[in-house]
Design a protein around this ligand. Structure first.
Ligand code: ADP
Ligand code: ADP
Length: 229
């Protein structure tokens, strides 16, 4: 079963072509690690999947839904796609619990009690339930990133996208976030991760996709990818 398909996708920022003829098919439950030099288009590619960036050519489908440029199809796709960024992007004036409850209440129309139940369950799952009443600034970077993961999961997405989720963290906090991502992978989540953590890639990825200059130049299982020629 195909969860994400990109066919012939191209994107320009003004005259600059950031993505060139991207073709990717991701099966349900598959884990992809995207790597490549800075500026090669990794971030742009995953941001196109939930239409944080518009693409100008080709086709993107998520869970069978065609991602067009109308608000309706964008909303439908975004409900299925959770995203975690390098910067945690938590709302500073809301508690951890409130951060997690907001989207399910606004976008899914859940009642307060149901949203809170869901949020507490997911905070438990990322091992941060004790911090529910705190504000983001009172947490470590690693804890904030786990909250960001829980917040995305509160929408019960079918797909999770990670854009360098550990790059802004102090080294001692990287492992706790990677462990959370590994748990999620084991539970069968479909994932696309932009990361330089090659240990993670080796352990979790079904496929590593290597990008350069806006295109995919190599694609292989991690064992093959990291083996010496
Ligand atoms: P990566 O994630 O691989 O570092 P990006 O997708 O962030 O690459 O960027 C790909 C290219 O597109 C880079 O050359 C970058 O400078 C350019 N780019 C990214 N965002 C914009 C933007 N909003 N406007 C213009 N150029 C952009
Ligand atoms: P990353 O490498 O994590 O993708 P960047 O530092 O490349 O982040 O980009 C940070 C922000 O600046 C993004 O929103 C990106 O779209 C934008 N950006 C990147 N390159 C350019 C550019 N050449 N012109 C305008 N905006 C850009």
């Amino acid at each position: 079963e195909t969860m994400i398909s990109m066919t012939g996708v191209a994107k320009w920022y003004g005259a600059f072509q950031a993505l060139n003829d991207i073709n990717i098919s991701v099966r349900k439950g598959e884990k992809i690690v995207l790597c490549g030099p800075s500026g090669s288009g990794k971030s742009t590619l995953i941001r196109c999947i939930n239409h944080l960036e518009a693409y100008q050519k080709g086709e993107i489908r998520v869970g069978g839904i065609l991602l067009g440029h109308q608000a309706k199809s964008i909303d439908a796709v975004r409900r299925e796609v959770g995203m975690v960024f390098q910067q945690f992007n938590l709302f500073p004036h809301l508690t951890v619990l409130q951060n997690c409850m907001l989207a399910p209440m606004r976008a899914l129309g859940l009642g307060k009690a149901e949203a809170e139940g869901r949020a507490r369950q997911l905070l438990e799952r990322v091992k941060i339930a004790e911090q529910a009443e705190k504000y983001p600034a009172q947490l470590s970077g690693g804890q904030q990133q786990r909250v960001a993961i829980a917040r995305a999961l509160c929408m019960r997405p079918q797909v999770m996208l990670f854009d360098e989720p550990t790059s802004a963290l102090d080294p001692e906090m990287v492992k706790e976030v990677l462990d959370t991502m590994i748990d999620l992978a084991r539970e069968g989540m479909t994932m696309i991760c932009v990361t330089h953590e090659m240990g993670f890639a080796r352990q979790v990825a079904d496929r590593v996709i290597f990008m350069a200059s806006g295109g995919i130049i190599e694609e292989a299982p991690p064992a093959e990818f990291f083996s010496d020629p």
